[in-house]
Structure formats: C-alpha cells, structure tokens
Design a protein around this ligand. Sequence first.
Ligand SMILES: Cc1ncc(COP(=O)(O)O)c(C=O)c1O
Length: 388
Amino acid sequence: MTQYYDVEAVRKLFPVVEKMTYLDSGFQTPMSTPVKHAFETFIQESYETAGPKSVWIDRMEQTRAKVAALLNAAAEDIAFTKNTSEAMNIAANALPLNAGDNVLMIHGDHPNNTYAFLNLKKKGVEVLFIPMTEIVNADSFRPHLDANTKVISISYVAFHAGHRFDIESIGALCKAKNLYFVVDIMQAIGVVPIDAKKVGATFIGSGTHKGLLIPQGLGLLYWDRTRTELEPAYLAAISLENPPADFIARPDDMAPAPTAGRFELGNFNLPAIHGLGAALDLINEIGIEKIEAHCFDLGDRLIAGLDALNIKLVGPRDRSNRAPHIYVAALPADEWIDYFASNDVRVSPERDGVRISLAMFNTVSDIDRVLDVIKKRGNTTGRSSKAA
Ligand SMILES: Cc1ncc(COP(=O)(O)O)c(C=O)c1O
C-alpha cells in the first residue's frame, strides 16, 4: 500500500478506533482529539467568561473561510445550517417554482434530500424520478427533460452503495438548459475533492458528521451568488443586508444580504463550528486528495478480498464511478449485523447488504480484519451459521 500520509499518527487522534474495528464513517465519524479540544475550548470559555461572543464569531468566520476553501468557493458563498435536510429545504424553497414545473431526481436517493422537493407538491410542483443506475450522468437525465423541467437535484455520492454520480456533466447540462442544480454532498465532503465552481451548482448542501468529522447538528449551504433572484423563504435580522443596529425591525428595509448569509437564521451552533474548524485543519494538514487516494487503495483491497470470498459488491467497482470510501457487501444485513457487532466490527445495515465505510484513520489491518471476520463465519449467506 502506498503511504500517502502517516496514517498511524492520524489513527492515534481517534482513540475509539483502538477499541473496535470502525468501518462506519458513512454513518458517523468518531470524534478526534483536536475536535474534542476545540469543543472544550468553547465550553471552558463559556463556563468561565459567559462567552467572548466576538471571539467566537471571529472563529466562526475563520471556519466559514475554511469550508469555502475546501469547496473552492468564497466565504461569501457559504451559509451555516443545522444539517443537510435544512440546507436542502432552504434551497428548494428559494427556487422560483410554480405549479406545473417539475424537478428531476434519482429514485432511491437519500430521503432527506428528496422530501425537501416532494414537499413542493403543495405548490403544484412535480418531482419525477429517473432510475438509479451504476452510472448517472447528463445522458441519464437528458431524455427526461421537458419544457416544465426547472431543477435537477441529486446526491453526489449515494449513501447506500457508494455510487459517485457525474455531477460535473449534469451541472453542464443544467447550465446549457438553464436549469437550477442542487447537490447533496453529505456522503462526499471531507473525502472526495469537490470544486463548487466546476460543478456549476446553484446550491450545494451538506451536514458535517461524516467526512467533516464532528457530531450531528451542523450543516452548510453553498449558494451561487450570481443567482440573485433566489431569496430566502424565512428571514431574521441576520439574513438582511442592513440588519437594524437599534434592533427595531424596519418593514421598508428588508433586502436580503448579498452573501449566502441571507439564508442564515438567528444564532449559530457555535460549539459545533469550533469543532468543525479543528476538523478542517486536520483534513487540510493531510490533504483531501491524499485522503481520497488512501481510501481508494483500501477499497481496492476490500473488493479483492470480497471477490476472493465470492461475495458480491453491491455498488459500482470502477474508480471512475465509485466513491473511495463506501462499499456494500451483499450479505443479508439482518443476519450479519449482530455477528459483526459481537466481533467488535462496526458497520451499517443497508438496503442491499452490509455497508463498510472508510475514513482517513482506517488501515489495511481494518480491511483484513473485516474480511477475516466474514471468513470465520464461513457461510456468506448467513443462513446456517454456527458462529453467530
Ligand atoms: C446523502 C445524505 N444526505 C443527507 C444525510 C443526512 O441528512 P441530515 O444531515 O439532515 O441529517 C445523509 C446521511 O445521514 C446522507 O447520506
């Protein structure tokens, strides 16, 4: 295996992974020591001084700039949200859609992305689903476009089998046809490099508890600021270009901020934003391309091991259309999950098998261990295992 960075040193920052074989970062990543310290700094300051709010806001802006840099965007393009669902709902409700318009999505994509658009049914907006195939690109959508199509919305990486859809070709199609393009990058960010400008998305939404390495409760939204017609459905003082300094609301001065801050509401999840700043420093110290390359190599080893055991890989195999870090083995999840847990292997049940998902701290020994645990049970259908 190529040594892209000092994985053993990184591993030491995630103490939980010494206690179990952690192959579940597609669900949630464990907390690292630098993130814990950042949370502790916030708690200590809050406890001892009741909060240097200006210092916290300053750190928040530094974190916003780090999020932006990871997406090759400007800080002004980024809003903080509560999670992916909120980001997707903000996006869906900012689009100027009317009765009869339609939105194209992929059947079986994540429900937290899908419901944001299905909810527009109330306005008479229809959501049409194209089939989920191993490769989804502009050609997959082209035959489904009609005069009423206004939006395409998809996830970059599919959570349940690791498909990595061709968002750049779909973004180019949206540009050519003057469609809005909304992308959920929750399963990709922090592991797969993303260039918001190249993608050409109108909105990109995400949470932060997977590749961005902090606990649940913080999300982000990228907005293409040239789309000035997109206004927030909800408003607070902070969303405005001129928030009233005297805290008296002015009905005649309600222009939304020219930045993505127009989509923000009220106070922020400051402790989580502190954690996120530390997580982004860690990702930047290693380098996102190196994290991606490392996960791809581990994935190759996993696929070869599953092949040797004659276990089908559910999602795509080819690096050009698979995510580096999400793999589903076609083992009946209900018959295998408890067995993995009893062997201290943490994985997730998915619709077509067991999901083995990777992060910056995983090593060859984690891959070999999960393969050994499968081998030990012997019967890969799980039906008549004695070991379980
Ligand atoms: C593609 C995708 N979108 C969204 C989410 C989660 O949504 P939220 O951040 O709103 O909890 C997940 C998984 O947790 C996901 O895999």
